[in-house]
Design a binder for this molecule. Structure first.
Ligand code: SF4
Length: 273
């Protein structure tokens, strides 16, 4: 059953802003004042914490994607399906209308500035998974005229769909093509496919931009991002600001790449190769 905005707000308990208490739902849509300790608590899921303090924010959530694991293409499908189902993402026939939260592309397109004719075929032929980079300096947030896109204190670049006016400035500003515009009502293909919708996440409407939200709604409930839950050996998330976190450990041990570093946006998604 699809859920309209009013139903979602009711289910999420936003009425509790008036006094009943629903911090998770509030965090989901309001420019954040998230207590860093909430995210340190995610070490229960394996990221680890409690190391020496480093300069900068206490929490900067990030994702490392083990691309070598994606030789098994069933993992790509599993990860994409987990995100699609968690967020009621519609499937359109035309590429032009596609709504992309996490999608697949090849090395040459992902790292166009790192052309290397001697690159190992093994890497060249790997499927790379792309998502919002949750940049430390997000150009999309700078250009949004209504602050519908904003960076939370935990580093997640979030978006308030209800505030979005569909100007698409953020799409023009994002150098990673991580944002999609709903040219048509996304509920049409969802209904046509007979998809079982996640009643805990709102369907969007025509004229709104959307993207990967780092599963803020799941983090607020103490869960892992859906893609991490689907394939924890591929998707490794954690606190970049914590030197003892699982993501920092894997970044110390493996070679990693980030997209378009020369632009200075400081992406928070790493590709392990
Ligand atoms: S973090 Fe959540 S929203 Fe982002 S790609 Fe993974 S499942 Fe999708």
């Amino acid at each position: 059953m699809s859920m309209d905005r009013r139903e979602f707000l009711k289910a999420a308990g936003l009425s509790a802003v008036a006094g009943l208490g629903a911090k998770g739902a509030f965090d989901l849509f309001m420019p954040g004042d998230v207590d860093a300790s909430e995210h340190e608590g995610h070490s229960e899921h394996g990221e680890g914490h409690g190391g020496m303090a480093e300069a900068g924010p206490k929490v900067r959530l990030a994702m490392a994607i083990d691309v070598l694991q994606l030789k098994d293409h069933s993992k790509v499908d599993k990860i994409r399906a987990a995100c699609d189902n968690a967020h009621n993402i519609p499937h359109w026939d035309s590429k032009d209308d596609e709504i992309k939260w996490i999608w697949e592309d090849e090395y040459e397109h992902v790292f166009p500035d790192s052309h290397n004719e001697y690159l190992a075929d093994e890497v060249r032929e790997l499927p790379f998974l792309l998502m919002c980079n949750h940049c430390d300096d997000p150009p999309c947030a700078r250009v949004c005229p209504v602050e519908a896109t904003f960076k939370r204190p935990d580093g997640i670049v979030a978006q308030d769909y209800h505030r979005c006016i569909g100007c698409r400035f953020c799409m023009a500003a994002c150098p990673y093509g991580s944002r999609s515009f709903n040219w048509f009502d996304p509920r049409i293909p969802l209904k046509a496919e007979g998809r079982k919708l996640n009643p805990r996440f709102p369907t969007r409407m025509r004229g709104v931009v959307e993207k990967c939200n780092f599963c803020v709604e799941r983090l607020a409930e103490g869960k892992k991002p859906a893609c991490v839950e689907a394939c924890p050996d591929v998707m490794i998330y954690g606190n970049l600001a914590d030197p003892n976190s699982k993501i920092r450990k894997v970044l110390r041990e493996r070679v990693s790449l980030r997209r378009k570093l020369e632009l200075g946006t400081k992406p928070s998604v790493f590709y392990l190769v």
